[in-house]
Design a protein. Structure first.
Length: 256
């Protein structure tokens, strides 16, 4: 009986270990169907790393330059790391040949997703989910040039509504989309692009204009009330300057 109980606990431990570390079972919870999902990538990139951002996902293309693995993660609260549920993984060789997930090993651990493309130079691409108007990603590859293509209609040219970090970037609009580019290698740990919808600038300008007009009207009314109060005080004689002549040159009343 004890041997059976020990065997049961042993099997349970093996299952727990295999669930937490999927290295011996391939891609783990990232199914082959998800990894093999069809996607069209624009491989003609000028930077080492390019992110093509849309409203609910982004496409990433990395120039691997012979690197054997790419370890990616997303940051959660309290600085914790979590793996990324990627899909549509592809690898393009310098000669133009593109292979899919069957030639790419993907391993998901508790804190990261590890992608191992075919050996040699080439470009690695994948798709990942996202949301919101801020695109944030760690710089997984050190000292590389980066490009972020934000969604159509979005802008980053107003400091109150947008923010791009780190500095040293340039922007260019191509086919109605803004490209944020770091032509010099980025040494920071992450890049962040907070953008806004183009028409929001006019809405914001209208709100500021209305607030300014209301403020000017309030200031004018306040000054008018002060002047009216001064006039009433003068009518009541409360604003008269008291001099020695008012007392005949003598001391004030009650001091004689």
């Amino acid at each position: 009986m004890n041997r059976r109980l020990a065997l049961a606990f042993g099997l349970l431990a093996v299952l727990a270990v295999s669930a937490g570390c999927t290295s011996i079972f391939g891609s783990g919870s990232i199914s082959d169907e998800r990894l093999g999902k069809e996607a069209t990538y624009d491989w003609n990139t000028e930077q080492n790393v390019t992110y093509n951002v849309s409203s609910d996902q982004y496409q990433a293309i990395y120039e691997m330059d012979g690197k054997t693995t790419l370890e990616i993660h997303q940051e959660e609260s309290f600085g914790e790391h979590a793996p990324i549920e990627i899909s549509a993984v592809q690898f393009k060789y310098p000669n133009g040949t593109v292979v899919g997930h069957e030639a790419i090993r993907v391993k998901k651990t508790k804190e990261q997703t590890i992608i191992t493309p075919p050996q040699g130079k080439g470009q690695l691409a994948y798709t990942a989910p996202r949301q919101g108007k801020t695109f944030y990603v760690p710089t997984y590859l050190n000292d590389q040039t980066y490009e972020v293509i934000i969604p159509r209609g979005m802008r980053v040219d107003m400091f109150l509504l947008s923010d791009v970090r780190p500095g040293g970037y340039t922007t260019e609009t191509q086919d109605g989309r803004v490209h944020v580019t770091w032509d010099e290698p980025v040494s920071q740990d992450s890049i962040s692009v907070r953008y806004y919808l183009g028409r929001d600038k006019f809405i914001f300008g209208g709100v500021v204009g209305v607030a300014l007009v209301v403020g000017l009207i309030g200031l004018a009314y306040f000054r008018l009330q002060i002047r009216e109060l001064e006039r009433k005080r003068e009518e009541m004689g409360l604003n008269r300057d008291i001099t020695d002549d008012d007392f005949g040159g003598g001391p004030p009343p009650g001091m004689r």
